[in-house]
Write a protein that binds this ligand. Structure first.
Ligand code: ASP
Ligand code: MG
Length: 403
């Protein structure tokens, strides 16, 4: 008998009708003599709504109370789902994270799972029960409710698969799997059958919204194979595992984009040791994540320009910090938030020279200007004017034979 973890995202449990369908889907696994653990997210829209409410009460809503509030949606979804399973004759019950408990560490709103007590739930499974566990939530050592960051029920599912030593982990969602790029932007996007953890981690971090990036990292570290599938379609999904598709010798596996970046340029910064550190220190202290950075070689040996990107929601605060930073001097600050970051991702890049050139050439042919570049072994990202996003995705999709 194999143990499967079935995780359902917000849209999969988005209404009572959908929850009833999900219960029927779970029953199929039960009929095939599987042992099952169900993990559920909140009904779609509920978490957003709770966050909005916290902001209406206070724009400095206490983080520990924020976690109590925003984790509430999962309780509703899990009890409805357990109730629905019982209605079709199955033995089921819900578990809130603190009831196991699922122990977390780290800050409120971005905690990480450290340990899960499995005993009670295992006893229940061994007696033929189907536990429905709340995703997204945990409890800290101080007995405070915590959450795992937006989209965190993916992390819950991976951690549950790990601590219960599950044979498989299936992420049920509203898309059929992971695509070569966003099908909404490019109709030629194709479903990827198999993708490596590294590639998926880059895709998720660089804008592909299918799964929470840190959950992929956890799966990679623990070697847990993930299947991503659509709840409401019978089609096969995408397997996320150690190696990618052997038969597909493509250089690029997928193309991702983000539209929530903003670019800041400091013009004529003194070019001497310590300056870059002085610029970024206050940003780091305020938990502002700096992403892409370019610094020119100084032409006159005295001054240079530094350009970098931050998340758009951080731009106001970043500019404020830069302006009151008396450890740095510059002639002016230029900002631009009409930018997007386009990335090509693939382990095939490691062994194929000329990928950078092909990317730049394809963009140049469409007269798309590149503002900032950053690379790693398996990805190249460029920052461009936001209005060219769709066009850039399409031309790169074609250039790298993904059409
Ligand atoms: N309900 C949470 C959120 O909306 C967790 C999740 O969906 O995975 O972020
Ligand atoms: Mg979700």
């Amino acid at each position: 008998m194999s143990l499967v973890v079935l995780k359902f995202g917000g849209t999969s449990v988005g209404s009572c009708e959908k929850i009833i369908k999900v219960a029927k889907l779970i029953k199929k696994y039960h009929k095939k003599k599987n042992k099952i653990i169900v993990v559920s997210s909140a009904m779609s829209g509920v978490t957003n709504d709770l966050i909005k409410k916290s902001k209406t009460i206070s724009n400095k809503f206490e983080k520990s109370e924020y976690d109590v509030l925003v984790s509430a949606g999962e309780q509703i979804a899990c009890s409805l789902l357990a109730g629905s399973l019982m209605d079709i004759g199955l033995k089921s019950r819900s578990w809130l994270s603190w009831q196991l408990p699922i122990l977390t560490e780290g800050n409120h709103a971005s905690s990480r799972i450290k340990k899960i007590n499995t005993k009670e739930v295992l006893d229940f499974i061994n007696k033929g029960g189907i536990p429905v566990i709340t995703g997204f939530q945990g409890i800290s050592i101080n007995k405070r409710i915590t959450t795992l960051g937006r989209g965190g029920s993916d992390s819950s599912a991976i951690a549950i698969a790990k601590f219960f030593n599950a044979d498989s982990c299936i992420i049920y969602t509203d898309v059929e799997g992971v695509y070569t790029t966003d099908p909404k932007v490019n109709l030629r996007a194709k479903k990827i059958n198999k993708i490596s953890y590294e590639e998926m981690l880059e895709m998720a971090s660089l804008g592909t919204k299918v799964m929470q990036p840190s959950s992929i990292q956890d799966a990679m570290l623990n070697n847990i194979t993930i299947d991503v599938k659509s709840t409401f379609s019978k089609k096969s999904g995408t397997k996320i595992t150690i190696e990618n598709d052997d038969f597909n010798n493509k250089v690029v596996t997928g193309i991702a984009y983000t539209k929530n970046d903003a670019k800041i340029t400091l013009v004529s910064v003194v070019d001497k040791p310590g300056v870059a550190a002085n610029i970024f220190k206050p940003l780091a202290n305020n938990e502002i994540n700096v992403d892409m950075v370019v610094q020119n070689i100084s032409a006159n040996g005295k001054e240079t320009d530094i350009t970098f990107t931050v998340k758009r929601e951080d731009i106001k605060n970043s500019l404020k910090l830069l302006k009151k930073n008396n450890k740095i001097s510059y002639k002016k600050i230029i900002q631009d938030d009409k930018v997007s970051k386009i990335s090509i991702i693939g382990v095939g890049m490691i062994s194929s020279p000329g990928v950078t050139y092909r990317m730049f050439k394809a963009l140049a042919k469409k007269k798309i200007n590149i503002m900032v570049i950053s690379t790693s072994e398996i990805k190249i990202s460029v920052l461009i004017n936001q209005k060219h996003t769709n066009e850039a995705v399409k031309v790169l999709h074609q250039e790298f034979n993904l059409d």
